[in-house]
Design a protein around this ligand. Structure first.
Ligand code: HEM
Length: 345
């Protein structure tokens, strides 16, 4: 086919001002935005996470609007070509669409999922499993995106689609507000506030709740065993939200002492807090006044599943920072920002 003929045929395949190749570019950008903003809604402080969650939702709805353009463009061509790998691409597409539906069901609180397969967790699973599929799909495409794809008309179409996505998101929010369905900026729904006995018990990935013997529990601070009862007697109440990456949040009146108040004047850029499960996180020493050790809620001792006998309370940070079953606290010169943003196990 001559250059002119191929140019004309790609133009005649335009949908909504976009060629098949341009539709692919839009989808690729949306996928990356969804992963980055999804993670952003976990990693940002609770009072900033709404920015990532809002962009995430708009990108999700825009993706749905682009799907028909994709189906009428390269999906149709791909099925005519008949390569076996079209089924892998189909699986990837279905996974993404299921992810959208599950994210939406969680957001609207219409369906929570079944047992371990919470709608939000399955949504996340499809998102993360989608990454290798996405890389393979982008690398194996016969017709690669080119710079000429970024023309003015394509830009206007992309802005039009994103505006339509934003309008759908805005409408959803108005309807949810009218129906009284409130959720946090992170997208989490409120559960069992000030009812600690009903608060869920979650662990990070492969952690399991350890057996807890309160009489023999050994908490070491800077290498020295401390008297737990004496520390627990010093607590003061602090009202804070625990916002879990599983999509729920709960406000409690926690009984806490600040991390700074249990540390010596020894030098150290960070405070490393370790759980009996081996799970640990570094907190910048300068934040140690705003991170707390917690022994209970409103005079009630912590329950085993909630980290008894002592856990971290880290207001304005997501659940993975709220380390449970603390056994060791030490000062270190490692910089807190050099750790993985979320633990890998
Ligand atoms: C490419 C894969 C993904 C797609 C297509 C997708 C799409 C969506 C959609 C359509 C919603 C519903 C938004 C609404 O109705 O307002 C949603 C919600 C959500 N997603 Fe994703 N998502 C993906 C990956 C992720 C990842 C990897 C994370 C986290 C690491 C994540 C976290 C969230 C959260 C927290 C919500 C709730 C937001 C809220 O209620 O405002 N998503 N997602």
């Amino acid at each position: 086919m001559s250059f002119k003929a191929s140019f004309v045929s790609s133009r005649t395949r335009q949908r909504f001002g976009l060629t098949a190749r341009q539709v692919n570019v839009v989808l690729e950008v949306l996928f990356v935005v969804l992963i980055v903003t999804g993670l952003g809604s976990w990693l940002l402080a609770l009072d900033k996470a709404w920015i990532a969650a809002t962009i995430h939702a708009i990108a999700g709805f825009t993706l749905v609007l682009v799907v028909p353009l994709k189906v009428r463009g390269s999906v149709r061509t791909g099925f005519k070509r008949g390569r076996m790998t079209r089924w892998v691409s189909t699986l990837f597409g279905l996974m993404l669409l299921s992810g959208v539906v599950l994210g939406w069901l969680h957001t609207t609180a219409l369906w929570w999922g079944i047992g371990y397969w919470a709608a939000m967790w399955t949504h996340l699973l499809f998102g993360f499993v989608g990454i290798p599929f996405f890389l393979w799909h982008a690398a194996s495409r016969p017709s690669k995106p080119k710079l000429v794809d970024l023309d003015r008309r394509a830009m206007l179409s992309a802005v039009g689609l994103a505006s339509a996505g934003a309008a759908i998101y805005g409408t959803q929010e108005v309807v949810l507000a009218a129906a009284g369905r409130k959720r946090a900026g992170t997208g989490s729904h409120e559960i069992a506030s000030f009812e600690p006995d009903k608060m869920p018990r979650m662990q990070w990935i492969n952690d399991t709740a350890p057996r807890v013997d309160l009489d023999t529990w050994d908490l070491r601070i800077e290498g020295e065993s401390v008297d737990l009862a004496a520390l627990a007697a010093r607590t003061e109440p602090l009202v804070a939200w625990l916002d879990c990456t599983d999509g729920w949040r709960s406000q409690q009146r926690w009984d806490v002492v600040s991390l700074e108040s249990v540390l010596s004047d020894s030098p150290g850029r960070s405070v490393k807090v370790t759980s009996s499960t081996g799970y640990s996180r570094l907190f910048a020493r300068s934040d140690a006044n705003d991170v707390f050790l917690c022994f209970g809620y409103d005079g009630d001792p912590l329950r085993r599943g909630h980290g008894a006998p002592v856990r971290v309370v880290a207001p304005n940070r997501r659940g993975p920072w709220w380390i449970k079953w603390v056994v060791d606290i030490e000062l270190t010169d490692r910089r807190a920002w050099l750790q993985l943003p979320l633990p890998a196990s």
